[in-house]
Every structure is written in C-alpha cells, then in structure tokens.
Design a protein around this ligand. Structure first.
Ligand SMILES: [Zn+2]
Length: 205
C-alpha cells in the first residue's frame, strides 16, 4: 500500500512504459515528488504536448507538428533518394548519424503475418504513390529507393516484398549493407555503423 493514491496511480502509469519495472517506476515517482515544481510541470506539459500537437506527416509517415513535415519540405534535402525505414525511431537514428540527406518513408512496421502485420497495415500504398507520376503527369523525381528495414526476419521479408512491388517501376532499388548486425534494430545501432551501412548499400538484383 502507498500512503498516497496519486503516487500509486503515477507508479502504475510509469510501469506501463517500455523497460520500466516496478522498482524503476517507484524510484522515478519518488524523484518527481522531490524534484523542483517547475521541472515536474515542464515534464508534464511536454508529455501533454506530444499527444496534442504532434501527428504524422501524410507524405513520409514520420512524426511532425506540420504537414508535410520539415524533412519532406527542406529544400536542401535530395528528393531523388528515398530511404524506407520501419519506424520514426529509425529516422531519428539516421538523422543523428547525419549520413543521409535525402527524404524518408516510414512504413510503420515490418511484415509479420503471424503477428497480424500484413502489407495493408504498412504505408506501402503511400510509398508507391511517391514513385508514380503526379496527377498532372509530372514524372516522380525519385530515382533511388534505399531499403533500410531492420536486418532481421521481418525486415528482410519486408525488403523483399517491396523490391518485388517496385521493380517494375524502373526505379533503382538498394539495400543497406550488413554493417548493422543481423537480427538487430536500426534504431539502436551506433552512428558509425549506420553511416557505413548506408554508404555500403548495394543495388538489389
Ligand atoms: Zn514528412
């Protein structure tokens, strides 16, 4: 039993976060109780703000406050290359590595039929749309699609599936190199590994 209902509620909520167990949740909650009021309210405000103000970019699928997002509209980025990733966290990792200056496309996951993730659940239609001529017949500026899904079973299956779909469209399709260890997540790879994996990408035959 906790001496405060609110403390108990907070611990319950914190426990739901990834990689936070009961002990960590208790420690965080007690820390927040003792921390300066302004700091705690700022944290609360920023949690509220990401839920209320941040949405998804209709073009690339990444998190954004404006649609299309800053990465999609930045005139200094190369619109001829699209890097396809599974999750917004992968975009963050690649941006931290500063190894890529093209545009992104976030699928929202990887194919895992046994777990219920089918092509329709991913932003694949939106990706193909970006490769097709626009409504007024203007050809797509995209010349290369880099498949940067995770190097695990689901990521490889997704990469193969996308390659088959896009091959008839005449766009160059590359796959990131095996610099990222097999079975791991792009999101947690270090910056040098990510930069190498991108640099060493190969055209998919
Ligand atoms: Zn975008």
């Amino acid at each position: 039993m906790y001496s405060s209902k609110y403390l108990e509620l907070l611990i319950e909520e914190l426990e739901k976060l990834p990689s936070i167990g009961t002990k960590s949740a208790q420690r965080l909650a007690l820390h927040l109780l003792r921390a300066p009021r302004e700091d705690v309210l700022r944290l609360a405000d920023s949690i509220r703000a990401i839920r209320e103000r941040v949405g998804f970019c209709s073009r690339c699928g990444n998190f954004t406050e404006q649609d299309p997002c800053l990465l999609c509209t930045d005139p200094n980025r190369d619109g001829r290359v699209i890097c396809v990733v599974e999750q917004p966290g992968d975009v963050l990792a690649l941006e931290r590595a500063a190894a890529f200056r093209g545009r992104y496309h976030v699928l929202g996951g990887a194919l895992a039929p046994l777990e219920g993730t089918h092509p329709d659940n991913l932003r694949i239609r939106e990706l193909l749309e970006r490769l097709r001529p626009s409504a007024d017949g203007e050809p797509s500026e995209v010349q290369e699609v880099i498949l940067a899904t995770n190097p695990n079973v689901a990521g490889e299956a997704t990469s193969l599936y996308l390659h088959r779909l896009m091959a008839p469209l005449g766009v160059k399709i590359t796959r990131i190199a095996r610099g990222v260890p097999m079975g791991s997540d792009l999101e947690y790879s270090d910056q040098v590994t990510l930069a190498r994996a991108l640099e060493g990408r190969r055209e998919v035959e």
